[in-house]
Write a protein that binds this ligand. Structure first.
Ligand code: URA
Length: 224
């Protein structure tokens, strides 16, 4: 039989256990909920507020990236140009319009099949190359985007993004034609559309070969 003292001790014991559960258990659940709830919108918001490098001082808009939330192909360039900075959208200038033609040729649509973004999300002034510390500061945003989107394939366009993602200092002429893995995802490097626009005789043919590899990979899920 319970006497009054034992009853009171049990009551306080249960109350303490409940308090422990509410303060630690729920806090832990809340923490893991925060991690699980990462989203493209959350990443874009953090990018819009970012001041981790000097590019925040000269940008008009941040350019987080745009496209499908379940893309078969993620296209990654180096950084926004003037038109992208003005509009806050990736690859909407001359190079981007030309790249749209590449995608038309292999029957991929921006909104349905692609997510397009860059290594750095703010424009390097005067279209200079992004500096190593700027890329290091920005790369965690790209990594979170890749983790969330889990594309079948990544196409890096241009020397800078291809070197960063392939983890190599080789020139783009060497990197293209080979395949890499970035965070476990197959990666095909190719030339930047603005380079091809400047020198179509030299670069159109290899880019076309690279686009065929993209198309074959997406059809068969194996690299050719
Ligand atoms: N060049 C890039 O690398 N990215 C853009 O978004 C536009 C031009």
């Amino acid at each position: 039989m319970y006497n009054n003292d034992k009853l009171l001790a049990d009551f306080w014991g249960i109350l303490n256990l409940t308090t422990d559960y509410l303060t630690t258990g729920i806090k832990q659940k809340h923490t893991s909920f925060k991690v699980l709830s990462d989203s493209l919108g959350q990443i874009a918001k953090e990018i819009s507020l970012c001041s981790k490098c000097r590019l925040c001082e000269t940008r008009t808009n941040t350019v987080p990236g745009k496209g499908s939330s379940s893309p078969s192909l993620m296209v990654i360039g180096e950084g926004p140009g003037a038109e992208e900075d003005r509009r806050g959208l990736p690859f909407v200038g001359k190079a981007g319009q030309y790249m749209d033609k590449w995608m038309d040729a292999i029957k991929l649509e921006r909104e349905a099949d692609l997510f397009i973004t860059n290594i750095v999300k703010c424009r390097p002034p005067g279209n200079r190359d992004p500096l190593p510390d700027e890329m290091t500061a920005c790369l965690p945003f790209l990594d979170r985007q890749i983790k969330l989107l889990s594309p079948d394939l990544i196409l890096s366009v241009g020397r800078i993004s291809s070197q960063v993602l392939a983890g190599s200092s080789d020139g783009i002429g060497k990197l293209r034609g080979r395949s890499y893995l970035y965070k476990g995802i197959s990666l095909i490097p190719t030339y930047h559309p603005s380079g091809v626009l400047r020198n179509p005789d030299e670069y159109r043919k290899p880019v076309w070969e690279d686009l065929q590899r993209v198309r074959n990979f997406l059809a068969k899920k194996e690299l050719t």
